[in-house]
Design a protein around this ligand. Sequence first.
Ligand SMILES: [Zn+2]
Length: 463
Amino acid sequence: MLPFIARHLVCPVHEWLLGRRTFRYLRELERSQWLAPDDIRVLQRAKLQALLHHAQSNTPFYRRRFAEADVDIEDPEPVGALGRLPPLGKCEIRASLDQMLWRDVPGGLFEHNTGGSTGEPLIFYFDRRRQGYDQAARIRSHRWFGVDIGHRELYIWGSPIESNRRDSVKCLRDVLFNHRLLTAFDMSPQRMDEYLDEFDRYGPVCLFGYPSSIALLARHARSSGRQLDTGRLRAVFVTGEVCYPHDREAITSYFGVPVADGYGSREAGFIAHECPLGSMHITAENVIVEVIDNTGELAPVGEAGEIVVTHLDTYAMPFIRYRTGDVGRLRPGRCPCGRGLPMMDVVQGRTTDFLYLPDGTVKHALSIIYPLRELAGVRQFRVTQHEDYSVTVDVVADDRTGRITREAVARRVRPVVGERVDLRVDLVDRIATSGSGKHRYVISRAGPGATLAAENEELKVGV
Ligand SMILES: [Zn+2]
């Protein structure tokens, strides 16, 4: 597919068919990024005021919450009023989901189930407006690197290849948009060789995926002396987990292009993205990012705390002061790139280990996270791989969504770890978080990379 046709015909028609005004939003965002910081704050204020009005009028949950916190939605400084609201946690969303929804939202409600970043699955709803704005923000950030709709994108991403109808539709869409998907779930040395062949055949303009997976591929390519034709490549976009400096270095030094980190989540939206000067710019037209300390008060600019997000375009189910569970800080000043968008750093977010199979296959943690979080009756889980490759899965049951058994969990996990690995499932009352309060879904003590990854050393895959 020619990039021109994808950009000017296929993609606009696709968005129009879905009822998303993505291209109108994109035009807005292309302009507003160059506004002065004060003008961006004016824009934010107007959108926040509209959202607060909507939440008050159409959702019983927020009506009650605003009354309890004494929030005046007519406040001319709504960002200040926002500060009076207690941050919103996943437990409250679970308990009050029905009360948070606006069922009359134009275009309808769409359900999504996510593990979020804390290892506890969460069901939430979104709408076309929210999707359109997130999509537009993503396109804008890729344009910062000269990558546009219709350019060849190679994804190394967590998607098990299944042959149901939905996936065939997705495959067709990938062809039309010039996307190609390679699964990040199986990264054996042989599979990575195939990926490198695919890279040479396809000649992508950008690579997109988990930093850990792309770094693994880069290290593999380097250690096997492989020379790739990277002539067309303009950037490597990474997201979904923390991008460690050693992974960034491995990727840039092998591929010879900038690595651009994107921060966001399914439930909280497209929150921030790095520009070519390395500043992570907040999508301030769509989200308000606050950082709070452990007493729940706003942390001073420059100091680290929990990232709390208000998505200004979530009308189906407003996310107002949503606790992401990630740690970050707001950065003072203005980026020399000229954009008026404020800046932040993500200090700590989702950390995932790989799982190692005795035959040398390296599995991304999401290959085990996805099947588990889709299982009814699971509230929280942790997968621990021991030095002898054996795997223990701890599960906290959630009787409200179904009854869970050890056997049901094992049936989901067995295909991922294979027959040669000892597997044990324990139903437990609670799972302790690490010292930082951050939950890790998957911890591996097996294989060469598990401990080395944190120590900035080279991974030797399949040893
Ligand atoms: Zn910048």
